[in-house]
Ligand binder design. Structure first.
Ligand code: NAI
Length: 552
């Protein structure tokens, strides 16, 4: 599909006048040409001078940079998205490094926390517990029919911020913006969904401006039945849609993934997307250390969705390298809020059991580092500054180039700052974080910390799935995405300590990941279209571009 041939109406059946100006997918604002203004009833409704898209971008950026806070910048951008999506995406794509922390973590987290207070106009679909039994009818209310990517949350575990109830809607909205900005998924084909089953957050339940269902969360069988009604209704109303689960509490996330992954086209980004971006970071780091994956011993702080998801994918990649399952699992160790995860512990959650090894307990993370002598520490615990100077110094004494990945979001929850990691390791740490850190200067050398941002992975995976109409999303697709991402890191990136490509190359990265994912789908018989000779070309052509269509 070329960028100018979309499923949107042709000029003859476009809305006219005021209605056209209020349709964010079609509106061009001051960029409507004189001929379009005449033909579409817009004369007099706009100031007379016609601006080019580039000039509109300059105006947005002037205003954007005058805003006093990141939250104000977020509001400015979301309002633009509500008026003119093409201009919004042009702005974001052209300034992706600057905008990513605003439309996604960390700023989106603040927006979720203040959702009821910032609310201006709705975006996406709210499917609430009182609507059970009528979910399919609610999906039919969505104005677009050709939905290809849905991101759904129930708001229970938003970033590292806990239960945000209905305010969690900021996450599907933000993630889908990244699908479009980073991988060219047509915004008309995206659908953010909030499954509102209540909240445990007392502050919200007491807040008169809270906009969600005012009750404690539904759990157990009733919850599962509600999610099932939603997933099955999606299959009927939007049969070509990829369904991404996002920011569910970990008890539900693992179970729902197991329940649905072999039945519908779905994945969980917190588990599988995080795993792939982290595995890619490890592959890049190995280019610096010259070691193999099988030689690594990983110690995680946090044994939740992110941690276990990473462990599972690392294990399958080690097995691909020839390790046995048992050997591979023994290379992955976990410390959770009760200490080292070992066999002798009772009451371990199901998802931790496969990593519970025969070993003495360790009272805290530092003791576990000393006892296990890992090559990499991976923080996915939401415990700020848990990688203190003792931990980083010990890692640096044991390893020439220790991997220190502090992945918890937002920045305030990060296990270690980039500057501390470089300082305490004498510049030897290979550092990555979940939220961005600025470049650091140490002893005359500049370090550019890598951001293990899921946006390197999920948009490209989605693009590949959409382009080849894959029926399922598999772990092999995520491994392929990780290898592809690592292969795109340039030697000049590695020299600066950066183990991910520059975000400015993200659309190119996503195209390559999309092609790698589609190749897996073709090879494994999961694609819904025949394999073309040029798979990368097929993926590129499927990418929507933020440029204006000519209407007349
Ligand atoms: P989760 O809630 O599933 O898991 C958190 C884990 O941390 C649990 O195992 C818990 O026991 C452990 N934990 C809590 N307090 C602890 C303590 N004091 N000491 C040791 N362990 C402790 O959450 P999930 O999804 O695994 O996310 C964790 C963090 O990782 C979040 O901040 C999230 O934003 C971040 N994350 C980062 C990603 C990235 O950078 N690409 C992607 C996904 C998540």
């Amino acid at each position: 599909m070329s960028p100018t041939t979309t499923t949107r109406p042709g000029a003859a059946n476009l809305p006219r006048g005021e209605e056209l100006l209020h349709d964010p997918l079609l509106n061009k604002g001051t960029a409507f040409t004189h001929a379009e203004r005449r033909a579409l009833g817009l004369e007099g409704l706009l100031p007379p001078h016609v601006h080019r898209l580039e000039e509109q971008v300059a105006r947005v950026m002037d205003n954007y940079r005058n805003k006093p806070t990141d939250l104000e910048r977020y509001i400015h951008l979301v309002s633009l998205q509500d008026r003119n999506e093409t201009l919004f995406y042009r702005v974001v794509v052209d300034h992706i490094e600057e905008m990513m922390p605003i439309i996604y973590t960390p700023t989106v987290g603040q927006a979720c926390q203040q959702w009821g207070h910032l609310f201006r106009r709705p975006r996406g679909l709210y499917v609430a517990w009182p609507d059970r039994g009528r979910v399919e009818a609610i999906l039919h209310n969505w104005p677009q029919r050709n939905v290809r990517v849905i991101v759904v949350t129930d708001g229970e575990r938003i970033l590292g911020l806990g239960d945000q109830g209905v305010g969690g809607m900021g996450i599907p909205v933000g993630k889908l913006s990244l699908y479009t900005a980073c991988a060219g998924i047509d915004p008309a084909q995206t659908l953010p969904v909030m499954l509102d089953v209540g909240t445990e957050n007392e502050g919200y339940l007491r807040d008169p401006l809270y906009m969600g269902v005012r009750q404690k969360r539904i759990r157990g069988r009733e919850y599962d039945a509600f999610v099932a009604e939603f997933v099955e209704a999606v299959g009927r109303v939007f049969p070509r849609a990829l369904l991404q689960f996002e920011d569910f509490g970990n008890q539900n996330a693992f179970r729902l993934l197991e329940q649905w992954r072999d039945r519908v086209c779905t994945f969980n980004d917190d588990i599988q997307g995080t795993a792939a971006v982290t595995l890619a970071g490890i592959y890049s780091a190995l280019r610096l250390t010259g070691k193999t994956l099988r030689e690594q011993k990983l110690l995680f702080l946090g044994a939740g969705e992110a941690g276990i998801g990473i462990g599972d994918l690392v294990v399958s990649a080690m097995v691909d390298e020839g390790a046995t399952l048992e050997e591979a699992r023994r290379n992955c160790w976990y410390v959770d809020s009760h200490g080292l995860v070992v066999k002798s512990r009772t009451g371990l959650a199901e998802h931790k059991l496969r990593f519970a090894h025969d070993a003495p307990p360790a009272p805290d993370f530092f003791a576990a580092v000393e006892a296990l002598r890992p090559t990499a520490i991976i923080g996915v615990s939401t415990v700020p500054r848990a990688f203190d100077h003792r931990v980083v110094e010990a890692m640096s004494a044991m390893n020439q180039r220790p991997m220190v990945f502090a992945l918890s979001n937002p920045t305030s929850k990060s296990e270690c700052t980039a500057e501390d990691a470089y300082r305490w390791s004498g510049g030897r740490a290979i550092f990555a974080s979940g939220s961005p850190f600025p470049p650091c200067h140490l002893d005359g050398k500049t370090f550019v910390p890598g951001q293990g941002n899921n946006s390197y992975i999920f948009p490209g995976v989605g693009l590949g799935v959409v382009a080849c109409q894959a029926r399922l999303v598999t772990d092999r697709m995520f491994s392929a995405a990780a290898r592809t991402l690592a292969s795109l890191v340039l030697p000049s990136d590695l020299e600066l300590g950066r183990i991910y490509p520059s975000l400015t190359r993200i659309r190119e990265v996503s195209a390559h990941i999309g092609a790698a994912v589609a190749e897996v789908a073709f090879r494994d018989g999961l694609a819904g279209v025949p394999r073309p000779d040029d798979v990368l070309g097929m993926v590129r052509v499927a990418m929507w571009q933020p440029v204006y269509r000519e209407y007349v």
